[in-house]
Design a protein around this ligand. Structure first.
Ligand code: BES
Ligand code: ZN
Length: 614
């Protein structure tokens, strides 16, 4: 058994613990007085903080607005005002319980990243603040899709994306990951559409859907999707939502979902959120996946037909522990969410598909990390970030994911797997429904696993680049791919590749270098038809190489891909490759056609990349 943590020492560093989930005998006021400052939020939750939000909203697809009320239940430390984050919201009135009617409020100036503070006059007696408002049609969190932009093309669609600081553009709230809240909601939608949220559905009739999230979560995990949706159960506590025409493919792709949950629980303890569903969204969804509790939001680009891209679901599922239970206190600590999740994702993959498989994932990850280390300015290659005055989006690179992964793996290799697994189990249990900073993590691990005190964790965390004790990954499968590619033996004997998995193909394509002339591209494409691959990862990797080599036969498919798919991870390298190879006008022409299909998260990045202005 683990020894008991020295609670008092930790209590000065713990942050953001709320309501019924307070545990571990930590004195409440001690904790409350040490909430961490979040430079990306205007809220001062030491004075007054939300503990519960009730949303009562109408979704109007004609006006492209969500309008109604957000009622905040607050914990009030004798405050005379409470501050919320907002972004381009239209606020009509604010009502409090003790005033029994409207109270004074003011909205400050809009900051490019943070939006505007909403300051509401309250008294020490205020426990409920109702904010009446409407979203802006261009709300950054919300994408309103026309029927044409969906799979079925019959009904409109809406989805929200909260992480990192976009929730404030559809809900006025204290938008810091360090303040955990419960929420409930009542959402009215047009006839024949279904609303789903990152919560339990309690009522669903006549176009009104009611939800409840009983466990405390950070506000970036509040999420809503509305569309013509079907649901199919995949097991005792899992299932999939999709548009009707997508259902069969999605259902088959996620057949192993229940087994994934079991594998995850076997590793690091019980799944805390009762139900685990996945919704497959239209292709404009800007991420691969988003770990909204109880309901992962996913891109349709993982539906490859052979389950080969479902490690992405393992990743989002793993966030049910890392991120959703133990949450980064600020966006400077983002690696705590993603590094742990990548580690956990690969352990799930290993449990289900074996070590060879998970080592391929790790080596692809290492390749990504190497490129990121080359591309980013040194100061952005630290695990602990300093994002003051910047968009948190700037910190969301492979450093958090892969450098974070490799540090944890280094620890695993040094202390041994058994000890590390038991550490992680205790860690998730200790920090569940709480927040932590990188500093708390360091103190905690040095205490729990004293051997880590000599492993240079501070260098990993506070210094740029990759420390010397970074593990080295060897994959026999990838060495074989290298040999087949370099010797060009695949030309004479294409059957050498017969049993290759998606990840071997990705390694094959990534390894194509400038020694490949157009003839080599034509030969490989003739044999393997990469240009028309229905596997989005393979297609995207091939398109990037094609752009760099001016292999024109791929351009038509490339353009169709960029117009359809809005996943930023694919867009950035493709547009960048065009720019870097003197094809900026091609990039701009495609972007002009594609941009209306992209979510704000993607247009925001691509506008900057392409110097686009409306
Ligand atoms: N939480 C992230 C997505 C995210 C990160 C949204 C930062 C907003 C800001 C999610 O869990 C994620 O990491 N998605 C990856 C998938 C992956 C690494 C397997 C993605 O979307 O590609
Ligand atoms: Zn993630």
């Amino acid at each position: 058994m683990k020894k008991i943590i020295p609670l008092l020492a930790f209590s000065t560093l713990l942050v953001g613990c709320t309501n019924q989930y307070e545990s571990n005998n930590i004195e409440k006021d001690q904790m409350e007085s040490h909430k961490v400052n979040d430079v990306h939020s205007y809220a001062d939750f030491n004075k007054a903080n939300t503990t519960h939000i009730f949303l009562d909203l109408v979704a109007d697809f004609e006006q492209k607005t969500l309008s109604g009320m957000a009622a905040h239940t607050i914990q009030n430390n004798n405050a005379s005002e409470i501050v919320f984050d907002t972004k381009e919201l239209d606020i009509s009135k604010v009502v409090t319980n003790d005033a029994g009617g409207e109270v004074n409020f003011s909205v400050g100036e809009e900051d490019e990243f943070k939006g505007a503070p909403l300051t509401v006059a309250i008294t020490p007696k205020t426990t409920r603040v109702e904010i009446y408002y409407s979203t802006n049609p261009s709300s950054e969190a919300v994408q309103w899709l026309s029927p044409q932009q969906t799979a079925d093309k019959t009904h409109p669609f809406l989805f929200t994306q909260g992480e990192a600081i976009l929730t404030r553009s559809w809900i006025p709230n204290q938008d810091s990951p360090g303040n955990k809240i419960t929420y409930s909601a009542r959402i009215k939608v047009p006839d024949s559409l279904t609303a789903v949220m990152s919560a339990n559905t309690t009522v669903a009739k006549n176009g009104v859907f009611e939800f409840e999230m009983k466990q405390p979560i950070p506000s970036y995990l509040i999420a809503l999707a509305i569309g013509k949706l079907e649901y199919k159960s995949l097991g005792a506590r899992s299932g999939v939502y999709a548009e009707p025409s997508m259902m069969k493919a999605c259902y088959q792709e996620f057949e192993e979902l229940e087994a994934m949950i079991d594998a995850a629980e076997n590793l690091y303890g019980p799944y805390a959120w009762e139900q685990y569903d996945v919704i497959v969204l239209p292709p404009s969804f800007p991420f691969g996946g988003m770990e909204n509790p109880r309901l992962t939001f996913a891109t349709p680009t993982i539906i490859a037909g052979d389950k080969s891209l479902t490690s992405l679901i393992a990743h989002e599922l793993a966030h049910s522990w890392s991120g959703n239970l133990a949450t980064n206190a600020t966006w400077d600590d983002f690696w705590l969410n993603e590094g742990f999740t990548v580690y956990f994702e690969r352990r799930i993959a290993e449990a289900l598909y074996g070590r060879d498989y998970s080592e391929m994932l790790a080596l692809l990850g290492f390749q990504d990390l190497t490129h990121t280390l080359e591309d980013l300015p040194a100061e952005d290659t630290r695990l602990k970030l300093d994002l003051e005055g910047r968009s948190p989006d700037d910190g969301m690179s492979d450093i958090a994911y892969e450098k974070g992964y490799f540090m944890l793996r280094m620890i695993e290799e040094n202390v041994g797997r058994e000890k590390f697994d038991s550490f992680l189990k205790t860690y998730f249990e200790f920090f569940k429904f709480k927040n932590l900073t990188t500093e708390v993590f360091l103190e905690y691990i040095h205490d729990e696993l004293p051997a880590t005190q000599t492993m240079n964790l501070k260098e990993w965390i506070y210094k740029p680049g990759l420390p010397e004790n970074c593990p080295v990954i060897v994959s026999d499968k990838f060495s074989n791919v290298d040999e087949v590619r370099e010797s060009k033996r695949f030309v004479q004997t294409p059957s050498l590749t017969r049993d290759w998995t998606t990840h071997e193909w990705l390694h094959f394509i990534r390894g194509i270098d400038t020694s490949w002339n157009l003839e080599a591209f034509t030969t490989a494409d003739g044999l393997f038809d990469f240009t028309n691959s229905t596997n989005a990862e393979i297609a995207a990797a091939w398109f990037e190489k094609s752009i760099r080599a001016n292999y024109e036969p791929a351009y038509e498919s490339l353009e169709a891909f960029l117009i359809k798919v809005g996943r930023r991870k694919f867009l950035t390298p493709l547009y960048r490759a065009m720019i870097e190879t003197d094809k900026k006008s091609m990039a701009k022409n495609i972007y002009k056609k594609a941009r209306p299909n992209y979510h704000f998260v993607s247009t925001n990045t691509m506008d900057e990349l392409l110097g686009y202005s409306q």
